[in-house]
Design a protein around this ligand. Structure first.
Ligand code: AMP
Length: 213
């Protein structure tokens, strides 16, 4: 099954993606995680990406399209994938369409998680992420069992540079301007599955499971 998880920053894409990959045995392909790994490793791509990321803007389309094109050809994505945080612009969505067509593959569903901006700001400012496996937690809504320690792998948790107030506001604006048009784009293709992102992690996951049938 080939899936996209669409939605604003902080809506829970990463959390739900982890759940989905456990139950559907398809890999989570998060361009944000891939870019953060490149930043951490200090690669030329990471150096180029960092400024855009810290400012809450988008990394150029060509860079992320290249990353995804390589990643979906890997053996673990042969029977399907879950794209988390990609595409984020109409140009990326068009490029994805072309690359899938070349490989004779097609999207099955675009899951679009929704929540209002006040809720997103609350979620992002309390978010903590695992340094090792990228599992997201929240200090109040989804705390780890032991403070600052990942339940999944025991790694240390940290606050992302772009989960601070100024960058959060910029990221929400970027979403409105550049990514939100993808809702109509995929609705027109009959692929959009809107999912209410409010409520407990399990509740939202139940809605996703029902949408996938
Ligand atoms: P995320 O972890 O999905 O919130 O992504 C963190 C940051 O990485 C974003 O704010 C962007 O700066 C960058 N990024 C991630 N995915 C993309 C993408 N598909 N296109 C452009 N920039 C991206």
């Amino acid at each position: 099954m080939n899936l996209i998880l669409l939605g604003p920053p902080g809506v829970g894409k990463g959390t739900q993606a982890k759940r989905l990959t456990e139950t559907r045995s398809i890999p989570q392909i998060s361009t944000g995680d891939m870019l953060r790994a490149a930043v951490k490793a200090g690669t030329p791509l990471g150096k180029e990406a960092k400024g855009h990321m810290d400012a809450g803007g988008l990394v150029p389309d060509g860079v992320v399209v290249g990353l995804v094109a390589e990643r979906i050809r890997e053996p673990d994505a042969k029977d399907g994938f879950l794209l988390d945080g990609f595409p984020r612009t109409v140009a990326q969505a068009d490029a994805l369409g072309v690359m899938l067509e070349k490989q004779r593959r097609a999207l099955d569903h675009v899951l679009c998680l929704t929540a209002d901006n006040d809720e997103l700001v609350k979620r992002l400012s309390g978010r903590r992420t695992c340094t090792q496996c990228n599992t997201p937690f929240h200090v109040t809504f989804n705390p780890p069992k032991n403070a600052n320690v990942c339940d999944a792998c025991g790694g240390e948790l940290y606050q992302r540079d772009d989960d601070r107030e100024e960058a959060i506001r910029a990221r929400l604006k970027t979403y409105e301007a550049q990514t939100k048009p993808l809702i109509d784009y995929y609705r027109a293709k009959g692929l959009l599955r809107p999912i209410d992102g409010l409520g407990a992690v399990d509740q939202v996951f139940g809605r996703i499971a029902r949408a996938l049938g």
